[in-house]
Design a binder for this molecule. Structure first.
Ligand code: SF4
Ligand code: SF4
Length: 392
């Protein structure tokens, strides 16, 4: 296939960091994303999936004891509030912003455009502003059209619809948002889901504010969360981390314990590049996430092209989950699961010197030793303990 003009040839770094595109590559339609299929595909829709989505309203939240009490669901559902407000504001037009449509900006693009003589300096400035608004990581890459969805979804009838992105966007700013370590330690639980919801709400406000800053400078900027394109390959290309067996991007700062958002823009910016440090080699000898997955949705072998159902992108050699199995577990739980994030040996607090030392070991030829040292790492903490600790 012919790549779009603004897509540079694939660098070895992208492949070594876990995104290895083959000649059989096909763009991905968001309609086939597992969460979208849960609204139109009988292979995914079930009584459990209906209860899963309903549980984000308190009257439909189940009660199942520790981690799934009324307080746990109350915190989780409250943590999603800002994200929900953004995504629901044009739901009647079939535009679920941040999930099945880009976020609409309230700030017009200023008539006067500031001159950017030095894109490297401008990238540094954007990273500083991203941090100011609350992002934990920020990288910049080119708008590689392979990772844009081939179509978005009109949520009124779940049909394909165009993105309607403005013309001339060339860059993607990728932002990372750290999830709360103590809450992640309680996965699976509705309480842990508050770590997810809080970051979606953070993402929504941070991408909107950073995009508003760029628009005030006279450039186009489209804030985006899970909509419009696959954020994982953009995060890898922007040098934020490496793709891993658990389907996540592992970063040196937070391991896999974060979420990503993005901004599409024509602001002149210099680009970061994929920065493989050896996560792939570690995942080759570690299968903790695949072993811990209750429904065996993660692969044990080497990265492969394709996957077991239509939710897998075609023509990319990588570790691919069985998204149908994974979502079926979420649905039964009435909450998101990230056991595969919790148990990952890279899920650590890297502000502590002993964990920084472990990271060095894990990314060195002594990785087997690092794996042995991680044997009991990532054990589940009782959700009730989180409430008791904070009560004291
Ligand atoms: S999120 Fe849970 S069910 Fe899905 S792959 Fe990870 S461990 Fe398995
Ligand atoms: S648990 Fe092990 S195999 Fe899975 S992503 Fe983490 S390091 Fe890789």
């Amino acid at each position: 296939m012919v790549w779009p003009n603004n897509t540079p040839p694939q660098r070895d770094g992208d492949a070594n960091a876990g995104i290895d595109v083959t000649d059989d590559f096909e763009g991905f339609a968001q309609r086939n994303d597992i969460f979208t299929r849960a609204f139109w595909d009988d292979r995914v829709i079930s009584k459990h999936s209906a209860k899963f989505f309903a549980s984000y309203r308190m009257e439909a939240a189940p009660r199942r004891g520790d981690g799934f009490s009324r307080r746990d669901f109350a915190l989780r559902n409250a943590s999603w509030l800002i994200s929900d407000m953004v995504s629901n504001r044009t739901a009647d037009q079939g535009l679920r912003q941040g999930f099945q449509a880009p976020i609409q900006s309230d700030t017009p693009v200023a008539d006067e455009t500031i001159e950017v003589d030095d894109p490297t300096q401008m990238s540094a400035e954007i990273k500083r502003i991203a941090k100011f608004f609350g992002a934990d990581l920020c990288g910049v890459t080119d708008l590689d059209e392979r990772w844009l969805y081939t179509s978005r979804v009109d949520t009124r009838d779940m049909t394909d619809a165009p993105h309607d992105l403005p013309e001339g966007l060339t860059n993607v700013i990728v932002l990372g948002h750290e999830m709360d370590e103590e809450l992640v330690a309680t996965y699976p639980s509705a309480l842990a889901g508050a770590a997810t919801g809080r970051e979606y709400s953070h993402e929504a406000s941070i991408v909107m504010q950073l995009a508003a800053y760029i628009r005030n400078l006279g450039y186009e900027a489209v804030p985006s969360m899970n909509d419009t394109g696959l954020v994982i390959p953009y995060a890898v290309k922007a040098g934020l981390g490496e793709y891993a067996r658990n389907q996540m991007v592992i970063t040196p700062e937070f391991g896999p314990r974060l979420r990503f958002s993005k901004i599409f823009t024509n602001l002149p910016l210099s680009h970061d590049s994929a920065n493989p440090k050896g996560v792939r080699d570690f995942c080759d000898i570690c299968t903790k996430c695949a072993t811990a997955c209750p429904v065996k949705a993660l692969p044990f072998g080497p990265p492969e092209v394709g996957g077991s159902n239509v939710s897998a992108i075609k023509g990319v050699r990588k570790w691919t989950s069985d998204a149908e199995k994974c979502f079926s577990f979420w649905a039964k739980l009435s909450s998101d699961c990230a056991i595969c994030m919790r148990v990952c040996p890279f899920n650590r607090d890297y502000t502590k010197p002993q964990h920084r030392l472990w990271l060095k070991l894990a990314l060195s030829p002594l990785r087997h030793l690092a794996l042995r040292l991680s044997k009991s790492h990532g054990a589940r903490k009782k959700p009730g303990g989180w409430w008791t600790k904070n009560a004291n």
